[in-house]
Design a protein around this ligand. Sequence first.
Ligand SMILES: [Zn+2]
Length: 130
Amino acid sequence: MGIVIALAGLAVGSFLNVCIDRLPARQSLLMPRSHCDACKTPLATRDLVPIASYVLLRGRCRHCSTAIPLRIPLVEAGAALAFFAWWWRLGESWQTAIAVAITCLLIVGTVIGIEHRLPLSRTRRTRHGS
Ligand SMILES: [Zn+2]
């Protein structure tokens, strides 16, 4: 059962990466389908397997060899770990579902914050500063 939970976490982690890439740009989460950011080639199903595809491709696009951000497999692994850990701690319950949902939101928010260098607090910076 734990393996199924972790695999579900991988799949959700894959979706979290889509959210991280597209939410700040206000793009649709559903369309277009996943593609290489560099060469725009749509990804084949075999290139969409969480973590495994990254390892098999050695972290590079199949078509243009541009490096795939290490963040992609890290978020997938992190989500899988979160799913497993919460299930391990709370079992099959609504508490687990809520904990997992909150953790996913935190992952998306944290990674977007890091990648866009958002300050944790706005109070230390003035709006009119350079
Ligand atoms: Zn490419």
